[in-house]
Design a protein around this ligand. Structure first.
Ligand SMILES: [Zn+2]
Length: 478
């Protein structure tokens, strides 16, 4: 197929990138940031990257720590508290914290603070097919939308779509994402990883190789992903009897690299014929290093086996609803103690809205059961969206809650909005009323990526223009 001439995106200028990720680069009017240096300091970005300057979030009306040891109830809620960020970590949560010397103070009075959202399953490049194939199920969506677009991708287009979608995720409160990618050539992968790295989000690149290729997987991990401080790697697969040997090779490569195996499993009822859980059991992959996505049509025995072996799962309710895939038996997974996170699943839900994702996770179960008491309830989905996702990915020792010592990935939500106010039950309102535009600030690893409701140092109009131009070029090659 004829491809448009790729125009490789320029490597981001290092200092510009650092400044873009640093609090020092933020507009002083935003969010009431005080005590800033009088003039831009060229070294400030570097110091921020190193976690040099502490940030004190002062006077939050409500903090959801997700750590019951730090506050009330299962979400560890604390009223009227400060949160101190230092060296990229959460240093303390509590009332009246002293301001460390040199700290930036951010006034968050009247606002909520909570850990960032963990998107356990996505495909960011599929931003190119937003709103597409809306009358198709999974298989029709593959043939009508995904496959034709993937075949035309160029490095430049990949960079444009991934940057657009990753920034949309960040502005929607996603601080960690796992991207399952079935893009095969090294130059496309390089462009993909560069786009992710340039946004400042914490990411896992889950690479699906076209054939078992441990050399390529190792090269991508070592050369492209490992050098990115917030990047990590997984091996992706599609478990099925017909490709069982490939699945086994992928599992062996994952073990060799010390990373998780990440597989789509039983998204559609027809995939029962592939016996993916049987295959994963036969190759010895059932265990805490296996992440299964969707897992809609598992039998009782398969859910029990997943629980017994501590297999992890990603639930993608918006995607499952959109593609008529079915409803995951989330209550049964929870009852057996399976660690489950939430996933946006890329282009199929057409949105990075985690509030919609949480609301749908609740709504699908209630609609099926005609019972408002079924799992999950509001605290359950808030936990799944944060700490639960981190547990599913095996990174809960670093992110997912505001436990001091963890990396500072967190959100500031402003409830003073037409769609959110007045206060009745802010925890419930976060799920049922919240929207991405209510997220005023996003910090990843202690660095502000969004402040005052705007992405820091991102020309969003340009990002949109470039994605639009890339989409036009792709259509021209059809
Ligand atoms: Zn998927």
């Amino acid at each position: 197929m004829q491809q448009s001439t790729p125009t490789p995106p320029p490597a981001p200028h290092r200092r510009a990138l650092l400044a873009g990720l640093g609090l020092a680069a933020a507009t002083p009017l935003l969010l009431g940031v005080r005590d800033r240096p009088a003039a831009p300091d060229p070294a400030a970005g570097q110091r921020n990257l190193a976690g040099g300057r502490p940030v004190l979030l002062r006077g939050a009306s409500l903090v959801l720590t997700m750590d019951p040891a730090l506050g009330s109830g299962p979400l560890g809620t604390v009223e009227n508290a400060d949160v101190l960020l230092r060296d990229g970590t959460v240093a303390a949560v509590g009332a009246g914290l002293p301001r460390p010397p040199g700290a930036s103070v951010v006034d968050v009075s009247g606002k909520l603070v909570l850990p960032g959202f963990v998107d356990a399953h996505t495909h960011l490049w599929q931003a190119v097919i937003r709103g597409g194939c809306t009358d198709r199920d999974l298989f029709g969506w593959f043939s009508g939308c995904t496959d034709p677009q993937r075949a035309r991708l160029t490095p430049s287009a990949v960079h444009s779509f991934v940057r657009l979608a990753a920034l949309d995720a960040v502005q929607s409160g996603v601080t960690t994402l796992v991207d399952w990618v079935d893009i095969f050539s090294y130059d496309l992968v390089e462009s993909y990883v560069r786009a992710l790295a340039g946004t400042g989000v914490r990411f896992t690149y889950a690479m699906f190789p076209p054939k078992p290729d441990a050399v390529l997987l190792t090269k991508v991990k070592r050369e492209l992903v490992d050098p990115v401080p917030l990047g990590s790697f997984q091996v992706a697969t599609h478990a099925a009897r017909a490709v069982q040997d490939h699945n086994r090779a992928h599992w062996e490569a994952a073990q060799e690299l010390g990373v998780m195996l990440n597989s789509h499993v039983l998204e559609r009822p027809e995939q029962r014929a592939d016996d993916p859980m049987g295959v994963l059991a036969d190759i010895g992959a059932l265990g805490p290093k296996l992440l299964v996505n969707h897992a809609v049509h598992l039998t009782d025995a398969e859910i029990a086996a997943a629980a017994e072996h501590d297999v992890r799962a990603a639930h993608c309710p918006l995607s499952n609803m959109r593609l008529a895939s079915g409803v995951m038996r989330l209550g049964e997974f929870a009852r057996r103690g399976v660690k489950v996170g939430l996933g946006l699943d890329g282009g199929t839900n057409d949105s990075s809205d985690f509030h919609a994702l949480m609301k749908t996770a609740i709504g699908l179960q209630r609609a099926r059961a005609a019972d408002a008491g079924v799992f999950p309830q509001v605290p359950d989905v808030l936990r799944m969206a944060t700490l639960g996702g981190a547990e599913a990915l095996g990174i809960a020792d670093r992110v997912g809650s505001l436990t001091p010592g963890k990396r500072a990935d967190l959100l500031v939500v402003d409830p003073a909005a037409l769609n959110f106010a007045p206060r009745f039950d802010w925890v419930g309102q976060l799920v049922f009323n919240g929207r991405p535009e209510n997220i005023e600030a996003v910090f990843v690893d202690g660095r502000a990526l969004k402040l005052g409701g705007r992405l820091v140092d991102v020309d969003t109009a340009r990002v949109v223009r470039e994605a639009e131009a890339a989409a036009v070029r792709l259509r021209a090659t059809a």
